[in-house]
Design a protein around this ligand. Structure first.
Ligand SMILES: *Cc1c(COP(=O)(O)O)cnc(C)c1O
Length: 389
């Protein structure tokens, strides 16, 4: 059976070119980057080369790049690290209501510890309002966190406009750029951010490496105590193979960014049109064009549950996600779709398609060829559908 992977936003396949540069560090070059002998120096050189690659892509200085284990860790370190550091002076945190759970749950943990947490609402297409941010900021606000591109619906935020508002008030701005890096331009100065998170495995790189950019001069309290690694802000022996892979993955993604953007935009548009032509009562959640990552699109199929569509597609070899990968397995509708005012029934009937580097036109054509029958069959069993079709 064909195997078609349309779930790149959950994780992406490792590019073989990335594996190739990682291989020596998984085998012969196993040194600890803190050791002074040649094994250590070899590892240290690789670590610093990767740091330079990341810095160059983001328009940052190498000294502002910190390696972590994941996007989740980077988000936690940004939010909690900054909040703890400022705790005595400021105890208010603002996050958007459509953040990834890595940010939302970090904010919730801060709330339990006594911080005040406010959530920014979004419009029907998932956009945060600068006016609302202006209203919610106060003299106690320590940090604002708004993601660059949403992982469920693909909405791209006006980060530069939002960060400027926070800056005017002397408030730190964190941006989760896990889903935008390598897909659209991400430059820390253009975005005006103080902190920014990314993750290797969303870029056809390996799992187990993430980055937190920390603008020079910004202070955070580390979440872990240990050795001198990453200037004590993130102690723990560096995962050299994964970090080398992340650097190369980012370099490759950046090199093919514009080309891939155009290719995936064309494929995705074609796919969305074909689905909407062939299947009635299907809605695109999120912006139609430009303000969305083209390779992330979320569609609601009225009268049925997203989970049933996933299982049926899986039987045909097609891998997709429902509303949020993190809530898969439960029927709780996605917090992102609810925040966008998508009615609960439609939120429950939503599917996220996220094609990527190795997705072909044939993959999407095959998916379009099997989907109408699946939807029709599931609807025919749905009591909600009677008298409508
Ligand atoms: C995947 C993802 C994360 C978490 O990254 P991990 O490396 O999987 O921990 C954070 N934010 C967004 C937007 C993501 O898509």
């Amino acid at each position: 059976m064909k195997q078609i992977y349309l779930d790149y936003n959950s994780t992406s396949p490792l590019d073989m070119r990335v594996l190739e540069v990682m291989m020596p560090y998984l085998t012969d070059k196993y040194g600890n980057a803190s050791s002074v002998h040649h094994f250590g120096r070899e590892a240290k050189t690789a670590l610093e080369r990767s740091r330079e690659q990341v810095a160059e892509t983001l328009g940052a200085e190498p000294s502002e790049i910190y390696f972590t284990s994941s996007g989740t860790e980077s988000d936690n370190l940004a939010l909690k690290g900054a909040a703890y550091y400022l705790q005595k002076k400021r105890n208010h945190v603002i996050v958007s209501s459509i953040e990834h759970h890595a940010v939302l749950m970090a904010a919730k943990a801060l709330q339990k510890e006594g911080f005040m947490v406010d959530h920014l609402s979004v419009d029907r297409e998932g956009r945060v309002s600068p006016d609302e941010l202006r209203e919610k900021l106060n003299d106690q606000t320590a940090i604002v966190s708004v993601m660059h591109a949403n992982n469920e619906v693909g909405t791209i935020q006006e980060i530069a406009a939002l960060s400027a508002i926070a800056r005017e008030r002397g408030v730190l701005f964190h941006c989760d750029a896990v889903q935008s890096v390598g897909k659209i331009p991400v430059n820390v100065d253009d975005l005006g951010v103080d902190l920014l998170a990314l993750s290797g495995h969303k870029l056809c790189g390996p799992k187990g490496a993430g980055v937190l950019y920390i603008r020079s001069g910004v202070k955070i309290t580390p979440l872990l105590q240990g050795g001198h690694h990453e200037k004590r802000r993130r102690p723990g022996t560096e995962n050299i193979p994964a970090i080398v892979g992340l650097g190369e993955a980012l370099r490759l993604a950046e090199g093919m960014r514009e080309e891939e953007h155009a290719r995936l935009a064309e494929l995705s548009d074609h796919f969305i049109n074909a689905i909407q032509t062939q299947i009635p009562h299907v809605y695109l959640n999120g912006p139609r064009h430009d303000e969305r990552i083209p390779s992330t699109f979320n569609m609601s199929f009225a009268f049925i549950e997203g989970e049933s569509i996933i299982l049926s597609l899986d039987l045909k070899g097609v891998a997709v996600a429902s509303g949020s990968a993190c809530t898969s397995g439960s029927l709780d509708p996605s917090h992102v779709l609810l925040a966008m005012d998508v009615p609960t029934e439609l939120a429950q009937g939503s599917i996220r398609f996220s094609p990527g580097r190795f997705t072909t036109r044939e993959d999407l054509d095959y998916t379009v060829s099997v989907l109408p029958e699946i939807v029709e069959r599931l609807r025919s069993m749905s009591p909600l559908y009677h008298g409508t079709g």
